[in-house]
Ligand binder design. Structure first.
Ligand code: NAP
Length: 296
């Protein structure tokens, strides 16, 4: 049996089309559109390329988008002042500060300065707390875990009562997705185990997973024989394992041996083209949600 391939590229397309439709309706009904500001400090090529993609996507959806580029030497005080300005701007529903920030600026201070109701990345401690409470309290979910849950739902995988094993316990992927899958609600109600480097016998946990979510950053960590036949495997890992000499681009691999695993799993995400493309779609969805909350 060959697994269904859960394509993040295709699901992203569908989500962005849905967001666009809702933006058009909002504009027609309320004369308003979601507003997103992307704050980029400095000129790191990687940050510029991430921000450019976010800006382009926001514009293509009809958002009110402000790209606010600031010099590398902006003071922490001035950056906090800028965030305060956008916190108080009723046309802005999402504030995104591209990380990493220069060393003289304290990331944590900046992230907590964002109004939690405009924190579309959902890294603010208030939003972490809301995620833990679950239900209506959780306004936004962080984008990568939100993308993972969306892929699980759209692949038709049953989550209620399912054994979910999450490999990795980071604040941006492992811990939030584990908590989201354990909550009451659609695409959740699962029995969740988190495993990490101190776990004894990683294989035995993975083998009983109906849904295996791997976010370790270790290429080939999950062996094909650890995969339960028919299970859903979400490979979050993005590892550079070489360079394509012809294109000059990095060769990427996940944390799971995809070619072998797809012969055992029921559904699986590829790398690239799996979880990666979902993150930006969920960022746009969070910004739309924020604008919808503001209209209530
Ligand atoms: P991280 O902060 O480095 O956390 C990795 C986690 O995996 C840690 O909890 C670590 O355990 C665990 N781990 C590492 N090696 C392990 C092993 N041999 N056995 C068991 N557990 C192990 O990484 P992250 O930020 O969560 O990212 C994980 C991967 O996802 C990376 O490849 C990253 O590039 C990728 N990622 C992709 C996206 C996307 O596609 N949009 C977004 C975010 C991350 P300890 O806590 O015990 O050290």
């Amino acid at each position: 049996m060959t697994a269904e391939i859960i394509s993040g590229t295709e699901i992203r397309k569908a989500i962005l089309a849905e967001v666009k439709e809702e933006v058009d309706q909002m504009k027609e009904k309320h004369g308003k559109v979601p507003g997103l500001v992307t704050i980029l400090v400095g000129s790191s090529p990687a940050s510029i390329s991430y921000v450019t993609l976010k800006v382009k996507t926001a514009i293509s959806l009809g958002f009110h988008e402000i790209q606010d580029d600031q010099p590398e030497d902006i003071s922490e005080e001035d950056l906090l002042g800028l965030i305060d300005k956008y916190n108080n701007d009723p046309d802005i529903h999402g504030i995104l500060v591209q990380l990493p920030l220069p060393k003289h600026i304290d990331d944590k201070k900046v992230l907590v300065a964002i109004d939690p109701d405009k924190d579309v990345d959902a890294f603010h401690p208030v939003n972490v707390g809301r995620l833990m409470i679950g239900g209506d309290e959780a306004k936004f979910y962080p984008c990568t875990p939100a993308g993972i849950q969306e892929m699980i739902i759209r692949s038709g995988t049953e989550t209620s009562g399912a054994e979910v094993v999450v490999v990795g316990r980071s604040n941006i992927v492992g811990k939030p997705i584990a908590m989201m899958m354990a909550q009451k609600g659609v695409g959740a109600n699962s029995t969740v185990t988190i495993v990490h480097t101190r776990t004894k016998d990683l294989a035995s946990h993975c083998k009983r997973a109906d849904i295996l979510i791997v976010a370790a950053g270790v290429p080939g960590l999950v062996k094909p024989e650890w995969i339960k036949p028919g299970s859903t495997v979400i490979d979050v890992g993005v590892n550079r394992i070489g360079m394509n000499e012809k294109t000059g681009k990095a060769i990427l691999s996940g944390d799971v041996d995809f070619n072998a695993a797809k012969e055992i799993a029921g559904a699986i995400t590829p790398v690239p083209g799996g979880v990666g493309p979902m993150t930006i779609a969920m960022l746009m969805k969070n910004t739309l949600k924020s604008a919808q909350y503001a209209l209530k």
